[in-house]
Design a protein around this ligand. Structure first.
Ligand code: ATP
Ligand code: MG
Ligand code: FE
Length: 348
């Protein structure tokens, strides 16, 4: 089965073609970050308009890349939520309309299920069941994954998501949006021992997170060091290092608990923050101690992309699911309300 995947939930237009036999055949991404950087964050109306401008050219580009004619496609998968409603509607209505025109089924995909399954696109994918840490711009969740669609929420952030905390810390350090990768780059050069930031909610049992306090801690630490409203380069590097260390250590402590609680031996990390090298290194050390294994996607499939939507959609279509002609997007959509997939042994 060959599926065209479309992702437009936020500020990235992603398109890809995944084939259940041949694997990933094409993948293209247009990021709007430069446009939103001027405003320090994503402006929803501008995001929608830019998806309109970029989506069809990207579809053409991916079809050419995959050496695929539209008649060779079996279905279209589009992100139906969660995300910005206007941005979602662009991908959903375009995807639904193309599928109708081509006479093939379409399916609405949950964006976080896409992130969660992205590591399946790697040469050595995890096998079910596993524990997943979803760490992105809008989510920080620990999920027990028994199969596709069988998700039990083990814990989540009570306030800011980890990626959001990275972005806010970046802003305080004078870095552009999105700041996660830039904080990571600064942190590499910093002294990780100079400041000790708190590891929120690790001193009590449970798998929930809270990152808003770290933001305040970063603000206070930087304000104490400012001279004429300016931070020197060394202070910025050391703050970035202390911040990253605190986030990474906190995530590692909770991931370890989740492995112990479930007894599972596989940990999957997904979403933009799973691209963070320090996090990957720290978790490698932890899983080794737990005699477990760590899985993640290549960096460009950690952040938003069309490939994860094509893959997730394909799995559900193979199990006989599809969406009807109505175009329904869901800005808020809890992952654990998804339907499990039931294999009947027959394709659509
Ligand atoms: P969601 O998926 O929850 O709807 P989103 O789609 O905006 O949110 P992603 O695209 O998965 O989120 O990830 C973007 C986030 O990942 C941003 O907050 C960004 O700062 C962060 N990020 C990306 N790379 C890194 C990195 N190397 N280190 C830390 N954070 C990173
Ligand atoms: Mg993004
Ligand atoms: Fe995302």
């Amino acid at each position: 089965m060959r599926v065209l995947g479309i992702e437009t939930s936020c500020d990235e237009t992603g398109v890809a073609i995944y084939d259940s036999e041949a694997g990933l055949l094409g993948d293209a991404l247009y990021s709007q970050v430069a446009m939103h950087a001027e405003y320090g964050g994503v402006v929803p109306e501008l995001a929608s308009r830019d998806h309109v401008r970029k989506l069809l050219p990207l579809v053409k580009e991916v079809l050419a890349q995959a050496d695929t004619r539209p008649e060779e496609l079996d279905a279209v998968a589009y992100t139906a939520g969660p995300g910005l409603i206007g941005a979602l509607m662009v991908g959903a209505s375009t995807g639904r309309a193309m599928a109708l025109g081509w006479g093939i089924p379409a399916i609405g995909v949950h964006h976080m299920e896409g992130h969660l399954l992205a590591p399946m696109l790697e040469p050595q994918p995890p096998a079910f069941p596993f524990v997943a840490l979803l760490v992105s711009g809008g989510h920080t969740q620990l999920v027990q994954v028994d199969a596709i669609g069988e998700y039990t929420l083990l814990g989540e952030s009570l306030d800011d998501a980890a990626g959001e905390a990275f972005d806010k810390a970046a802003k305080m350090l004078g870095l552009d949006y999105p700041g996660g990768p830039q904080v990571a780059r600064l942190a590499e050069l910093g002294d990780r021992k100079r400041f000790r930031f708190p590891r929120p909610m690790t001193d009590r049992p449970g798998l929930d997170f809270s990152f808003s306090g770290l933001k305040t801690f970063t603000l206070n630490t930087s304000n104490d060091l400012r001279v004429d409203a300016e931070l020197c380069d060394k202070d910025r590097r050391d703050i970035a290092a202390a911040f990253e260390e605190a986030v990474v250590e906190t995530l590692a402590i909770k991931c370890r608990r989740a492995l112990q609680q479930t007894g599972f031996k596989q940990l999957v990390i997904a979403g933009g923050v799973s691209a963070n090298q320090r996090l990957r290194d720290r978790l490698e050390v932890m899983v080794k101690k737990e005699r477990a294994q760590l899985f993640y996607a290549r960096p460009q499939f950690c952040t938003d992309n069309g490939a994860m939507i094509a893959y997730a959609g394909c799995q559900r279509l193979l199990a006989g699911q599809q969406s009807d002609l109505s175009i329904q997007c869901v800005p808020r959509w809890p992952l654990d309300t998804l339907e499990p997939i039931q294999h009947h042994g027959a394709d659509v």
